[in-house]
Design a protein around this ligand. Structure first.
Ligand code: NAG
Ligand code: NAG
Ligand code: NAG
Length: 497
């Protein structure tokens, strides 16, 4: 973008920043869809039951219990493997249009490969999907929500380019098994967390620390794997199953710290490094990685003494193959950060942060949550939606995750505050800015295993008692609030007709 374009964007941004998000009295469009979400490792439990194979989160939590709050793991979690009928009853009571959940690859394919299918695992998902459909709830299915079969990790995991083919074969099997009933597929959930935390910083499973190299290799495979699955759907299933396939990309909104040209450029660079890294190749009309990443990583790699860029290159054929492999824009977003321009980090050890070279922080006055990274900044979501609308040529957007963490209280007024203000900003983006958001997903249906934070950060609309072998679920105030929003499509007591 040229400076004067950036300036116009900034003026709009300053205007939007003054809208703090007291809920407006307008209704969501008649065909707007509401749902809620979970992920296999976070809720299912039954980690070694009925033939399921080990995955990287089973492995990581067992050998690195010291890295997880209270040494916890997902061995039992919410026990949804045994209690899915109760989950469906909660969903029915909420009145959601859809339920987004993920398939555990290792439950269906214990070794990761398609030569051996585990029938009880297939049956579990068939039963869950049937129960949803009997209750008028559409299944939205994610193929990969971070739980790679351990045997594939032993081959190197996502930095190994051959995983794209193994993923594509798993995707084909899932479309074959479940595609008559599942019309909304998401290939990967938040691949950035897999690649950056799993193979860059090395803090999430599988714990490979290779910052500025492994993370880029991982993303390269994931983008190719996603595109393969999309094309398989297009060529072999779309005509008969008539569904939609996309990839979930996550980001904060990045607000410039000031109106200086440098800070505006830094904020744009940050969103390209954070979000464009995954979104651009699929959702941008030109495809490929963002040019700012290609240029900066090539330049820094050369200065560091590498014979070629640490960011792998797509061939022109690959750019074309990946570009446009979506049927809607699938977005997860929770919060906002501020960005300041910084001098380029000194040349030294490669890292993703140094490649981007910006200063990122959050305002200490923003309301907090139980998660250090999650501040309540409702206006940021409206700006992000406008930025996506402009950058990716007015796509249809489905918000596939958004939510708030606390310590598990039943009368969770702070969660209601978060949902009502975020939903109001989303509604304003639709009604006042013309952004095409068609669906919203509250994370999460119930309290669950929150990765390194174990069971200490709660995102649920329903409480789960993790000290009770029955994993008893109890409704929270926020579930009653969300149920009313879904029923009335209105965020306040009465909306304009
Ligand atoms: C921050 O929290 C306070 C107290 O719960 C609430 O009154 C206020 O509206 C919140 N602000 C935002 C932006 O959520
Ligand atoms: C939103 O996207 C859907 C699906 O592509 C399309 O049918 C609809 O016309 C779009 N609406 C707007 C307001 O752009
Ligand atoms: C188990 O929990 C469910 C709610 O999740 C509850 O309806 C049921 O009564 C509980 N059973 C026992 C034995 O506590």
């Amino acid at each position: 973008m040229k400076f004067n374009q950036l300036l116009i964007v900034f003026v709009v941004q300053v205007f939007l920043r003054t809208t703090y998000g007291e809920p407006i009295n307008k209704k969501f469009p008649e065909n707007f869809l509401f749902g809620t979400a979970t992920a296999s490792y976070q809720v299912e439990g039954a980690w070694i039951t009925d033939g399921k194979g080990e995955n990287i989160w089973d492995h990581f939590t067992h050998i690195h219990s010291d890295l997880i709050a209270n040494g916890d793991n997902g061995d039992i979690a919410c026990d949804s493997y045994n209690k899915y009928q109760e989950d469906v009853a909660m969903l029915k009571d909420l009145g959601v249009n859809f339920y987004r959940f993920s398939l555990s690859w290792s439950r269906i394919l214990p070794s990761g490969f398609t030569n051996q299918v585990n029938q009880p695992g297939v049956d579990y998902y068939k039963n869950l999907i049937a129960a949803l459909k009997e209750n008028g709830i559409e299944p939205y299915v994610t193929l990969y929500h971070w739980d790679l079969p351990e045997p594939l990790q032993e081959l190197g995991g996502w930095p190994n380019p051959d995983l794209a083919d193994y993923f594509a074969e798993y995707a084909r099997l899932a479309f074959t098994l479940f595609g008559d009933d599942v019309k909304n597929w998401m290939t990967f959930n938040e691949a950035k967390q897999t690649c950056q935390l799993g193979y860059g910083y090395g803090v999430y499973a599988p714990g490979v620390a290779s910052d500025g190299i492994g993370d880029y290799l991982c993303a390269h495979t994931v983008l190719r794997a996603h595109a393969k699955a999309y094309h398989i759907y297009d060529e072999e299933f779309r005509a008969t199953q008539n569904g939609r396939v996309s990839m979930v990309v996550d980001t904060d909104w990045f607000e410039p710290d000031s109106d200086s040209e440098e800070d505006i450029e830094a904020a744009e660079r940050r969103i390209q490094f954070n979000f464009g890294w995954y979104a651009n190749a699929i959702y941008h009309p030109d495809g490929n990685y963002p040019q700012v990443m290609i240029d900066r990583i090539a330049d820094r790699s050369q200065q560091e003494g590498f014979p070629r860029s640490r960011l792998p290159e797509f061939t022109p054929e690959e750019v074309e193959y990946i570009k446009g492999t979506y049927d809607f824009f699938a977005l997860n977003t929770y919060t906002t950060s501020l960005v300041k321009w910084s001098d380029d980090y000194p040349i030294g050890t490669p890292s993703w942060d140094a490649d981007g070279s910006v200063t990122v922080y959050q305002d200490s006055s923003w309301n907090s949550s139980a998660s250090g990274w999650l501040k309540v900044v409702p206006w940021g979501t409206r700006k992000l939606l406008n930025w996506i609308d402009q950058t990716y040529d007015h796509p249809e957007i489905v918000i596939t995750e958004n939510g708030y963490s606390d310590h598990g209280e039943l009368d969770d007024q702070d969660r209601i505050n978060y949902y009502s203000k975020y939903l109001s900003n989303i509604l304003q983006a639709i009604l006042e800015d013309g952004v095409n958001v068609t669906g919203y997903t509250a994370w999460s249906l119930m309290d669950n295993f929150e990765w390194l934070s174990g069971y200490t950060e709660k995102f649920g609309l329903y409480q789960v008692d993790f000290t009770d072998p029955n994993r008893t679920r109890t409704i929270k105030s926020s579930a009653k609030f969300y149920k009313n929003v879904i029923a009335t499509k209105c965020l306040v007591d009465t909306c304009e007709e």
